[in-house]
Design a protein around this ligand. Structure first.
Ligand code: KIV
Ligand code: ZN
Length: 548
């Protein structure tokens, strides 16, 4: 029997009646997806889109993971205003909570997220702690945080692997941390093990134990494809915060996807009486495209809400029905998720204003220098390509948004290639202020030019980029289409599991130019990480457990 009989939230801001708080963890759990590592500047770009999307909380990162992630969280905390909270993750272990508090101290609404594992399997094999020790650590650090941050700050506690934790112990932990000052109790289905009815019962049990003393949150992984279903069952059982990511990005099979959870709440209100999320759903498509582009994780065509086929109707019967009345086969409108029908077209004589309006219609808010850069690129493209399509414009905006500071510049290149023979390439560059040239042969023009770039970079930096992935696709279906290159690379001096891997993007109607641009972007990111250690947020290549 509980000694603790709460009647109202004691700490933090709580969640308004009728609201479901949207806690976006794309920049923390999402970024833990292997290979999804973002630079600090890219994280900021995503955070700005999350602000436009009007999520309630942005979990910006895990400051103890690396100086890069600390800096990214701090910059997001500094910039994010308008009532949106910025959260940072910390283990219940000396050093972590202090670092997280330091990173979010500049936020308008700081939100500290503490966690410790509670399942027997994690306690025995990972933490090597007893249940009592884990409970003591949880209470100690939640108490410390409450004392440090004061009454009004949001302090969230997660019992990692909650869904595989013995129930009485789990409830004791949640009750104890609530008494110690936690204002949000997060129930993670860390390994995506729960099924909806079972998960709803866990949420109800926690709710019965702590009442309104804390907001109940859920964090569902998708290992059995049930993350969204579990999250919705949890809301029906009393959860008022949901932890989600754009495109369902995240560790392994990912997290519950923001767009699915939010659109389910909105499309089926009768199933969630008097509850709503205040997200600007018409920003969903732009958010999805940006995250997919920056992380290099393509969205599957049949993905709910944001997949390329989510609103397209192939069969004659469906097309006929949709033409007569879209409600026959569409349960939500494409406009409600920001997929507007195109009305403006862009040509050589279009002005900046027209372009800005068009981009807004496509879900992108672009202004100032970025607008100038996209404008120049669009006009240049209109010179070389008959039709500048929506897909071309989206690719241009994304390319400009993802630009990186450059210490390695390509001045020029040439290639000689013939059928059946080797290709011979040369490239001239400025590398960290030094003019350098390189020549090389390769099994094709791209390979020869990458090697020529390597020959110029290696003597100055002591390493060259090594490709771990390379892919090229046409932006649109026309014969004069732009080629878009996505590659991943590491430094030749870094080996093995802990090597930093970055993405590089290139875009051009000339696929050699597009490939070289992508290679240079990756080289600059790798160099940026080396010289200041803060440009790249390293958490993307490490799981939470691997961080020392
Ligand atoms: O999946 C998980 O358990 C987590 C916690 C850190 C909340 O990501
Ligand atoms: Zn997680």
């Amino acid at each position: 029997m509980s000694m603790f009989e709460p009647t109202r939230p004691r700490f933090g801001g709580g969640v308004a009646a009728g609201a479901v708080r949207i806690f976006d963890t794309t920049l923390r759990d999402g970024e833990q997806a292997p290979g999804a590592g973002l630079t600090a500047a890219e994280k900021l770009e995503v955070a700005r889109q999350l602000v436009r999307l009007r999520v309630d909380v942005i979990e910006a990162g895990f400051p103890s993971a690396s100086p890069g992630d600390f800096e990214a969280v701090r910059r997001i905390a500094q910039e994010t205003r308008g009532g949106i909270a910025v959260a940072a993750l910390a283990r219940c272990r000396d050093g972590d909570p202090q670092r997280a508090v330091e990173a979010i101290s500049v936020a308008e609404r700081p939100h500290l997220h503490l966690f410790i594992a509670t399942s027997d399997i994690h306690l025995a094999h990972k933490l090597r702690m007893t249940r009592e020790q884990a409970l003591d650590e949880a209470v100690r650090w939640v108490g410390w945080a409450r004392k440090t941050l004061g009454r009004d700050a949001e302090i969230e506690f997660s019992a990692e692997d909650a869904s595989r934790t013995e129930m009485d112990y789990l409830l004791d932990v949640y009750e104890a941390v609530t008494e110690a000052g936690a204002s949000t109790l997060n129930i993670p289905d860390t390994v995506g093990y729960a099924i909806p009815s079972e998960f709803g019962r866990i949420v109800s049990a926690v709710h019965d134990r702590v009442g309104d003393a804390a907001t109940i949150s859920v964090h569902c992984h998708n290992d059995l494809g049930l993350a969204t279903a579990n999250t919705l069952a949890a809301v029906q059982a009393g959860a008022r915060q949901v932890e989600v990511t754009i495109n369902g990005l995240g560790e392994r099979a990912g997290n519950a996807s923001l767009e699915e959870v939010v659109m389910a709440l909105r499309t089926r209100p009768a199933q969630f009486p008097d509850l709503a999320a205040s997200v600007a759903t018409d920003q969903i498509t732009a958010a999805s495209r940006l995250v997919s582009y920056l992380t290099g994780f393509a969205v599957q065509p049949n993905k709910a809400i944001v997949g390329a086929n989510a609103f397209s109707h192939e069969s004659g019967i469906h097309q006929d029905g949709v033409l007569k009345n879209p409600l026959t086969y569409e349960i939500m409108t494409p406009q409600s998720v920001g997929l507007a029908g195109s009305t403006l077209s862009i040509g050589k004589l279009s002005g900046r204003r027209g372009l800005q309006g068009k981009l807004r219609e496509l879900g992108y808010e672009v202004e100032g220098e970025q607008l100038d850069a996209v404008y120049r690129a669009a006009i240049q493209l209109a010179d070389t390509k008959k039709d500048v399509t929506d897909a071309d414009l989206i690719a241009l905006v994304e390319q400009k948004k993802a630009d990186v500071p450059r210490s390695i510049e390509l001045l020029g290149w040439s290639i000689s290639s013939s059928s059946g023979g080797h290709s011979v390439g040369s490239a001239s560059l400025v590398v960290a202020g030094e003019a350098k040239a390189g020549d090389a042969t390769g099994n094709g023009p791209v390979n020869a030019l990458f090697k020529a770039v390597d020959a110029a970079i290696l003597p100055v930096l002591g390493w060259n980029p090594v490709l771990t992935e390379y892919e090229i696709k046409a932006v649109s279906g026309d014969g004069d289409a732009q080629g878009q290159v996505l590659l991943r690379a590491r430094r030749s001096s870094d080996e093995g599991h802990n090597a930093l891997i970055v993405t590089g993007h290139g875009l051009s109607t000339n696929i050699i130019e597009a490939s070289l641009e992508a290679y240079l972007v990756a080289a600059n990111k790798l160099h940026g990480a080396e010289i200041n250690g803060i440009e790249v947020a390293f958490v993307g290549r490490r799981t939470v457990e691997e961080v020392p």
